[in-house]
Design a protein around this ligand. Structure first.
Ligand SMILES: *Cc1c(COP(=O)(O)O)cnc(C)c1O
Length: 432
């Protein structure tokens, strides 16, 4: 194994200072590295599939900013579009042609989205979609699934995945009891539990919200019939189906998971990729629902920086680059090379792992049993993951510092970087 002791003095010093100024030293808890017992690295620059920390160490990046950077970092088309735009001002608080262009691209590509409203984050997209669902149905209850993360809005921070799962936070102080109890959280892939919830509360359920391919408890694959079942039961009870495609939108196909599986939700939440690395979210769906949003309708939702011209520019350039023929096939092939290689390396080292992957998003779980919901994800060996994480980092492989996250690939990950990552995994497994 290539022995490389990382020199990270500058990151360490900056983190020490950051902790005195910012809670936990980070602006989003998942970055802190608590679960793997490491301090976070401070990043100085990024290009293609590589990151450099402020001490000058170079890494192959499998976090991709937690999903948005599907073209890799500093993609020339995105950079030049932004450079050209920035001279024209950065925010006007008035409509621009760019918003219409991005809305047109999204409604053309995402099958169920007839109208769309831009916001500034995935969290905001979900909060707004939930408000719309409640307003449109006149009902309060929301059904979600254990281990799915839908941003940090009050209603959905119950049994949530991602950082909440990583830090093992059970409930979150500050969320009113009344709100928490209008959320029903059920096991993913369990249609019986959904049927039971509708049997007792059918008339009170405004919507079922789901990550159609969960990525926030690690990647979990919906079983045959599960999403179809959600569509059917929501239709039967006049509830709405919300797909949270903040990760899967433009990640698993040009039209998200809904195109991949051929299921039309009523509302869709987007984020991450549609901002090309700038802060953006969006929610959209059926025209008759979206027309109930202010100022067309009474359901209020607004944003000073929503539809920001630079964010729209990055999003438009990203979606345009993704239109290149063969992009999603290429991303899938990269995912196959990487995860098949890792699986083989684990198997020859006698390490039990399970890989769940859809295209360019995948997770390896340190367990011998299938992972199909949050309970089975949580049964994986997080201590093994922590050791694996540390060894990978020492060899220059930058992974999300949690056993419950995805690895993301970009078009910028070339075969050489994937082969190198497989070699590093082989070395890491050997010493587990
Ligand atoms: C990241 C994420 C969100 C929240 O998006 P932010 O931009 O972090 O607020 C919501 N839903 C899913 C599925 C996500 O992965």
């Amino acid at each position: 194994m290539e022995k490389r002791t990382l020199q990270t003095a500058r990151s360490k010093a900056m983190f020490k200072k950051a902790r005195t100024l910012i809670p936990g030293g980070v602006n989003s808890p998942v970055r802190a590295g608590k679960a793997v017992g490491m301090d976070p690295l401070f990043i100085g620059k990024a290009e293609g599939c590589n990151l450099w920390d402020v001490d000058g160490n170079k890494y192959i990046d499998f976090v991709c900013s937690w999903g948005p950077m599907i073209l890799g970092h500093s993609h020339p088309d995105v950079v030049s579009a932004l450079a050209e735009r920035i001279d024209k001002g950065t925010s006007y608080g008035a409509p621009t042609e760019l918003e219409v262009q991005l809305a047109e691209a999204i409604t053309k590509l995402v099958p169920s989205v007839e109208m769309v409203r831009m916001v500034n984050s995935g969290t905001e997209a979900v909060m707004s979609a939930v408000r719309l669902a409640r307003g449109a149905t006149g009902r309060d209850k929301i059904v979600k699934f254990d281990g799915c993360y839908h941003g940090h809005g009050d209603s959905l921070l119950v049994s949530a995945g991602s950082g909440v799962a990583t830090l093992g936070i059970p409930g979150c102080p500050g969320i009113p009891e009344g709100l928490a109890c209008s959320t029903i959280s059920l096991p993913f892939n369990d249609l019986k539990a959904v049927a039971a919830a509708f049997k007792s509360h059918g008339r009170e359920i405004a919507a079922v919200i789901v990550e159609p391919i969960p990525g926030n408890m690690g990647v979990v694959i919906p079983e045959e019939g599960f999403l179809e079942g959600l569509r059917e039961i929501t239709l039967r009870h006049d509830s709405l189906l919300i797909f949270d495609e903040v990760i899967t939108g433009f990640r698993v196909s040009p039209g998200g998971a809904q195109l991949l599986f051929g299921i039309l939700p009523d509302l869709t939440c987007l984020g991450k990729i549609i901002g090309g690395g700038l802060p953006v979210g969006a929610y959209g769906g059926r025209r008759d629902l979206m027309e109930q949003v202010a100022p067309e309708g009474p359901i209020y939702q607004a944003g000073t920086l929503s539809g920001n011209p630079l964010a729209m520019t990055a999003g438009i350039a990203t979606l345009k680059a993704l239109e290149k023929a063969g992009t999603y096939r290429e991303l899938d092939q990269k995912g196959e090379i990487l995860f098949e290689g890792i699986l083989k390396a684990a198997s020859s080292a006698g390490v039990n792992i399970v890989v769940n992957r859809v295209g360019s998003m995948g997770t390896l779980f340190f367990t011998g049993k299938a992972v199909k919901d949050f309970a089975s994800a949580k049964a994986c060996d997080t201590d093994k993951f922590r050791q694996f994480y540390t060894r990978m980092l020492q060899q220059g492989i930058y992974l999300a510092p949690s056993a419950f996250e995805c690895w993301f690939l970009s078009t910028a990950h070339d075969e050489e970087s994937l082969r190198y990552a497989i070699e590093c995994a082989r070395n890491s497994f050997a010493s587990l």
